[in-house]
Design a protein around this ligand. Structure first.
Ligand code: NAD
Length: 298
């Protein structure tokens, strides 16, 4: 049994903390939302009244927070001041690379081991304990990080030093955003050319256009494996989340001096889709923008 402090019990963190409790670990759970803490307690965790109380006796601290400023504040103002130096600190939030590196540096200077470990997989994977983790940390610390994440993970991959997990996450999601837009455009054109969607699916998924957005997450209802397209584009990976990750990628590209014209275009298109009120729809719903049929989504 490991003493774990879990901070941030939202859509993702709630299921993740529950899986740590299910694995018989002692989980001290804290969130600004009392309802989120109550839910974690019902799932076997113990309520903490503050970050300080949650981390006071922790062997592992796990955070799952909205964005960079939350992570900087929770570590800078609370975790580093109150956790034992021996505690392994793991931030699983998706945040900017700069914040991840800054927090890692601060933690190291204070004598802690720290990892950024963002996840791939949504709320269902968080609940099922089948998330994929991409980890930025010192190589010597990786086995301990992997073991600590095991009850929540399907696979855990060491990406490199501090910040590398976040770098991997935003590069992967930029690629996903771009490939989904290409997939939507191709299906919309196929339709205009009178090609049946199921025929194009079968051909593209066996040809050089094959990619995850075509074969596994097809944006056309009734085609290929079951996806959010088959459920009115509800559930899945929200457009607002994709937009957040594309913005992180563009910020990182600007700071690193990288040229990412396709990523920039993807950000612009998802911002447009979001601004039209579709931030809550699955990101594959953007096919309706390409088809000129946004009205059908409302
Ligand atoms: P969420 O908004 O549901 O949960 C965040 C939680 O953090 C909230 O319950 C909030 O009250 C809590 N919080 C904020 N500030 C806090 C503080 N100072 N102290 C304690 N608790 C605090 O968000 P989520 O969907 O769980 O996402 C969390 C992270 O995971 C984000 O960075 C997101 O980008 C990433 N992510 C989400 C998904 C997804 O499908 N939802 C998938 C992959 C990655």
């Amino acid at each position: 049994m490991t003493r774990i402090a879990f901070i941030g019990l939202g859509n993702m963190g709630g299921g993740m903390a529950a899986n740590q409790a299910k694995a018989q670990h002692h989980v001290m759970a804290f969130d600004l939302s009392a309802a989120a803490v109550d839910k974690a307690v019902a799932a076997g965790c113990h309520a903490a009244a503050s970050v300080a109380e949650a981390v006071a006796d922790a062997e592992v601290v796990i955070t799952m927070l909205p964005a960079g400023p939350h992570v900087r504040a929770v570590y800078g103002e609370q975790v580093l001041a109150h956790a034992p130096r021996s505690a392994l600190l793991i931030d699983c939030s998706t945040i900017d690379v700069e914040s991840a590196r800054a927090v890692a540096q601060q933690a190291k200077a204070a004598g802690f081991r720290f990892a950024d470990a963002p996840v791939s997989g949504g709320i269902m994977a968080a609940e099922a304990g089948t998330l994929a983790f991409m980890v930025g940390c010192e190589a010597a610390d990786f086995p301990a990080v992997e073991a600590a994440l095991a009850p929540m993970s399907r696979v855990t991959i060491h990406a490199g030093e501090a910040g590398a997990g976040q770098a991997a996450k935003i590069c992967n999601n930029m690629l996903l955003g771009v490939s989904m837009l290409g997939t939507c455009e191709a299906f919309a054109l196929a339709e205009k050319l009178g090609l049946a969607a199921d025929r194009f699916f079968e051909i593209a998924s066996k040809s050089s256009g094959q990619c995850w957005s075509v074969s596994t997450y097809c944006p056309v209802p009734g085609v290929g494996p079951s996806t959010p397209a088959d459920h009115g584009y509800e559930g899945g990976f929200a457009t607002a989340m994709m937009l957040k990750d594309l913005k992180l990628a563009q910020d990182a590209a600007a700071k690193a001096g990288a040229s990412t014209p396709m990523g920039a275009q993807a950000e612009a298109l998802y911002a447009l889709f979001d601004a039209n009120g579709f931030g809550g729809k699955d990101f594959s719903a953007i096919i309706e923008l390409m088809r000129g049929r946004l009205g059908e989504l409302r």
